[in-house]
Design a protein around this ligand. Structure first.
Ligand code: 3HC
Length: 725
């Protein structure tokens, strides 16, 4: 608590330096806000203070309002704990202060942090400080006057772009656009800011109140046109997100009725949005994502991560080359091993294409791309493995082959080397069965394309050592993935949880529901594509192989659908040959293919699941729930078996691995939002009506529904006897 404070020091020059201290990002926690109010009042009162500088301790101005307070509001529904910052502090105590205030910004000024800076009379920044209003990414809008001051400082179009995209700009750009008054080296930041504040006090520099400015807004009709276009775009890009339209409404209020009225409307709309399901989901995802880095008995036992400088990747296929790409662009040396020069060359070419692709999309500078490529070495034998810190095996899913590779690498790699497999389904105990160092065996499950998708499932067995887990978590973070540690089972956390997704969709089609309607319902819900388009994209070979795997592992909970086999028989192969459920033509969006309908009819004749031979009648909501509740049901088994450390880890895994909409908080959080009892009763009803083992409620779900306990609540009795962790 001692670290959470606001301090004030008054120098001989008559400048009071007010410093926010709340490591690591100087979040504006409630005591900080109270402290700021107190210090600004004191500085205003004191006769020895001529001017004020506001800054943050430890090289960071402020990461914004304390997001934990949002969580508290969500838990209690009590909005009264939110202090009035917008008028009381930013307008009255700061902007209308009788003494000039200069913000000295270093590191970052985000959300409420930037809003405080905009309430000051000038802003001086260190180079490369991040400036942004990312509130919309948390389901709210800026609430300390940002919707009003940013357009007045930057112009309407740029301000709207920054708020709606939630993306920060650098202080250099801020300086060009007028948000920042000067950029100075870090060491001089305070000195220059003090002088600047005194210059304002002595009228050598202008005393500007952002909220009173109108010079950058343009005429009313111009502003309305910019807002109209932004509204249209937001309707397309963020159809399920109320905060986007709300933000534009609030900006408009300020333009039409003046900045102060805008501030008042902003405060009201902000409070409404804080309690929305969208804000609850997004705040949950923000905090849950950070919690994944806390793994009991791994990150809390004083272990230090070891350095990983060089990694060997075995297999240069799609996954192997994607993994190699991710490592290379993060400055890790890669040895890529293949079985012959033809495959090796292909792997290297794919990596080169990946890296050049990142560079052409502006994600990597040309120099960095060249450097990454120079860190790659292709090999056909193990001679380069003697000094690698980690091996990631990414060959085809074949148990004897993987076992052979693990026996070989155990012999040729140094004793500290981590032995990882990128398998997506095979039991890791089986892979490591034949070797002695089972404590070094671990799963590094990347999602395709591995250099793009953010999730890294780290699969531990009962024998994997905590040091090895910690090291892989650290590498995961270095290569900018979100590592989630999970237990060992078929499909691990993500594929296991989502296996019923395709099963239930196929059952629905067999019951007479239109394929394209199901895809539409799912993408309207917020997943990027529906289950059938996903199947087209992943390829039917994968669908067939995976369904066999699931039939064995999840016997009794699968629907033995002959649909994909029928499609293959009729010469369809999904996106691969341009013919799936959809037609794929270069340069145009996939179009539903009507010629697939007779095949679907044939499928229905084969399965004979339609009650009385007639298609069932269902609403869109029922379709959504019939597809996703079986996923929730499997998630319950995953929680019950202790495959994840905590329920929120499964939320993050579903958001980052399956692109489950983050604004719905992830699969477990969403289930709690719709109600455990409703999920349970619906599944029970469908299991009685249609069979389908995946509908039958799991014991865990049943217990939670009967006792009225949310799925996200920690286990009441420890699952340790079954825990996979
Ligand atoms: C009324 C106002 O308009 C409303 C607001 O201001 S809403 C808040 C707006 N601000 C934001 O959205 C910024 C959120 N934070 C971030 O994007 C990133 O944390 C960051 C860019 C500041 C730093 O990133 P990085 O260095 O990678 O560290 P990261 O792991 O994310 O955060 C470090 C710690 O600070 C915490 N933190 C970061 N921002 C926080 C915030 N605004 N409130 C509370 N905690 C915060 C994180 O939870 C994490 O906690 P942990 O150590 O216990 O896990």
């Amino acid at each position: 608590m001692a670290q959470i404070r606001v301090t004030m020091e008054v120098g001989n020059d008559g400048v009071a330096v007010i410093t926010i201290s709340n490591p690591p990002v100087n979040a504006l926690a409630i005591p900080i806000i109270a402290g700021l109010k107190e210090k600004f009042d004191e500085a205003t009162r004191r006769s020895d203070v001529k001017a004020i500088v506001l800054t943050g301790k430890g090289g960071r101005f402020s990461g914004g309002f304390d997001i934990n307070v949002f969580q508290k509001v969500h838990e209690t529904g009590d909005l009264s704990i939110m202090p009035d910052v917008s008028v009381d502090l930013v307008v009255n105590a700061m902007e209308d202060c009788k003494k000039p205030i200069v913000a000295a910004v270093e590191g970052l000024a985000l959300g409420g942090g930037l809003e405080l800076a905009m309430g000051c009379h000038a802003r001086i920044a260190a180079p490369r400080a991040q400036l942004g209003l990312p509130e919309l990414s948390l389901g709210v809008i800026p609430g300390f006057g940002g919707t009003q001051r940013l357009p007045r400082l930057l112009g309407l179009s740029k301000a709207i772009e920054m708020m709606l995209s939630s993306k920060p700009i650098m202080s250099e750009e801020g300086n060009k656009l007028g948000l920042i008054d000067a950029i100075v080296p870090s060491e001089e930041l305070l000195k220059v800011s003090r002088r600047w504040a005194l210059d304002i006090a002595d009228r050598r520099k202008p005393w500007l109140r952002s909220l009173h400015r109108t010079d950058k807004i343009g005429s009313l009709s111009e502003a309305r046109e910019v807002l109209r276009i932004a509204r249209q775009q937001a309707k397309k890009t963020a159809p399920n997100l109320p905060q986007h339209q709300a933000c534009l409404d609030v900006i408009e209020e300020g333009i039409v009725h003046g900045g102060y009225n805008g501030v008042l409307k902003e405060a009201k709309v902000f409070k409404d949005l804080v309690l929305s399901d969208t804000a609850k989901g997004l705040v949950h995802v923000f905090l849950a994502q950070r919690t994944t880095s806390k793994v009991p008995n791994v990150t809390d036992v004083g272990l230090k991560p070891r350095q990983t400088k060089k990694v060997a990747v075995i297999g240069g296929g799609l996954m192997g080359s994607g993994i190699a790409t991710a490592l290379l662009v993060s400055n890790i040396y890669v040895v890529l091993k293949e079985v012959n020069s033809e495959f090796l060359l292909k792997g290297i070419k794919t990596i080169e294409a990946n890296i050049r692709g990142l560079a052409s999309r502006g994600k990597l500078t040309k120099d960095k791309a060249e450097k990454a490529l120079s860190m790659l070495k292709g090999v056909l034998d193990y001679s380069e493995f003697k000094d690698v810190d980690m091996v990631i095996e990414a060959v085809i899913e074949n148990v004897p082959l993987k076992q052979k590779i693990f026996s070989e690498i155990e012999k040729v790699c140094p004793p500290h080397c981590i032995l990882a497999s990128n398998t997506s389904t095979i039991d890791l105990n089986l892979i490591g069965e034949k070797i002695k160092s089972q404590d070094r065996v671990i799963g590094a499950h990347f999602f395709s394309p591995a250099h793009v998708m953010p999730l890294l499932e780290i699969v531990r067995t009962q024998k994997t050592s905590p040091q090895v887990i910690l090291d892989l978590m650290t590498v995961g973070k270095i290569i900018k993935k979100v590592p989630v540690v999970v237990g060992n089972c078929t499909g691990f956390a993500v594929n296991r949880t989502f296996f019923p997704y395709t099963q239930s969709s196929h059952l629905l089609v067999s019951l007479g529901v239109d394929v394209f309607r199901i895809d539409r319902v799912i993408s309207n819900f917020g997943l990027p594509i529906g289950p059938f388009q996903l199947q087209d994209l992943a390829g039917y070979g994968v669908a067939l192989a995976v369904s066999k795997e699931y039939e064995t592992a999840f016997a009794g909970r699968t629907f033995n659908s002959p649909l994909v086999e029928l499609l293959v028989k009729k010469g369809r192969n999904g996106k691969n040959n341009g013919k799936g459920y959809y037609i794929y033509e270069k340069g145009s969006k996939p179009k539903p293919d009507p010629s697939v309908l007779p095949i679907i009819e044939e499928f229905r004749q084969l399965t004979k699941t339609m009650p009385g031979g007639k298609p069932i009648s269902v609403t869109d909501k029922e379709i959504l729930e019939m597809v996703l509740f079986p996923v929730v049901n499997e998630a319950c088994r995953v929680l019950d078996e202790g495959v994840v450390v905590r329920p929120s880890d499964l939320d993050i895994a579903s958001v980052l691995g399956m692109s489950f909409p983050s604004y719905r908080g992830g699969i477990v959080f969403w289930a709690d939002t719709v109600g455990v009892d409703h999920v349970y009763k619906s599944l029970k009803k469908w299991s009685e009506m249609y069979g389908g083992g995946f509908f039958k409620p799991s014991k865990f779900l049943e217990e939670r529904a009967i006792k009225g306990i949310p799925l996200s609540a920690a286990a009441t009795s420890s699952p340790s006897s079954r825990s996979k962790l």
